[in-house]
Design a protein around this ligand. Structure first.
Ligand SMILES: [Cu+2]
Length: 329
């Protein structure tokens, strides 16, 4: 009877896609061996957990009471980014993650039959990506799913859902023993608690990533976030101070350059190298492009592409979507 009930629940939950973050800091002693020979048992321990994992290790319970179905309007009428039970609370035995900037964390999530295009359920669907969001500073909470935007995406914090997984295939069935997502804590995370959201970008509107998609730089807005898990990292040993951690100093791209660009940096007017100007002599909409900047005039009163730094308003414009990047990045 018990077994029957368990398999019924399994069928019910596996009929629709679902995943959640199981561990934030996973130590696997035989990953390469297990990937090569998935018959092996994966040897792993967890040193840091997602929020409030009261039923840790109970897959059935967590399938019902821990994961978060972001776009299910009857379960999530307020459009919250985190399941309400996922508060900043860590029961004994399932502690928060402590990490240093530059440290690589191996996050582990459940594959649940969705790791392959040619197998599992549903068939012929891109497994999508897992990615992380952060408000850009310590002690700041992402509350709403509408905040899970490119602007709050931690640049480069993204991986294919199943690129790093141990998958045992028997006939036409797969047993995803473990799916991992390795992520290095950025050097601009200052000491203190950082609230993070793990999201699986996979949904009814899912489209595949374009063929030249680079997970370390490209953000695909067409991949709809569908499942989330919230967690915190206590950062220690950092020398960073207070700046917005979303605008990594080493990263080019659409995120906020420092306001000092508006008065002192050179930029290519209209994106043309032969047409450079300096600081306030330049048009107001600045875009970082590698080490350089391109700058443009307003079009219909707004910066012409998403992700501009608007020097007239001293404001970071919203992040660019995949379809409206500046043509020079
Ligand atoms: Cu599922």
């Amino acid at each position: 009877m018990k077994l029957q009930l368990v398999s019924l629940i399994f069928l019910a939950v596996s009929a629709s896609a679902h995943s959640w973050l199981e561990c934030v800091d996973t130590h696997v002693s035989n990953l390469e061996a297990a990937k090569a020979n998935p018959e092996l048992e994966v040897q792993q321990t967890c040193k840091g957990y997602p929020r409030n994992k009261v039923n840790n290790g109970d897959w059935i319970q967590e399938s019902k009471t821990y994961l978060w179905d972001l776009n299910n309007d009857s379960l999530n009428p307020d459009g919250l980014a985190c399941r309400p039970s996922q508060t900043n609370n860590y029961p004994s035995g399932v502690p928060m993650t402590t990490a240093k900037p530059g440290q690589t964390l191996r996050l582990r999530h459940w594959g649940n039959g969705h790791s392959r295009y040619d197998m599992g359920s549903p068939l012929n669907k891109d497994p999508g990506v897992v990615r992380l969001y952060h408000r850009g500073m310590k002690e700041a909470e992402i509350r709403l799913k509408s905040e899970l935007t490119e602007q709050n995406w931690v640049k480069g914090a993204q991986a294919n859902f199943s690129a790093n997984a141990v998958i045992q295939i028997t006939g036409n069935k797969m047993n995803e023993k473990a799916n991992y997502f390795d992520w290095t804590v950025p050097t601009n995370f200052e000491n203190g608690r950082h609230m993070m959201v793990w999201a699986w970008g996979w949904g009814s509107a899912v489209t595949s990533n374009p063929p030249n998609f680079n997970p370390t730089t490209d953000y695909n807005n067409a991949l709809m976030n569908s499942w989330t898990t919230c967690f915190d990292i206590m950062v220690e040993g950092s020398s960073a101070t207070g700046s917005d951690s979303r605008s990594s100093p080493s990263s080019a791209g659409s995120h906020a350059p420092a306001t000092s660009i508006c008065s002192s940096k050179k930029c290519n007017r209209g994106g043309m190298a032969a047409n450079s100007c300096t600081g306030s002599d330049c048009p107001p909409c600045w875009y970082a492009a590698g080490e350089k900047y391109n700058c443009f005039d307003y079009k219909d009163g707004k910066c012409p592409f998403g992700g501009a730094y608007d020097c007239k308003k001293n404001l970071q414009a919203r992040g660019a979507t995949r379809f409206e990047r500046t043509p020079f990045e």
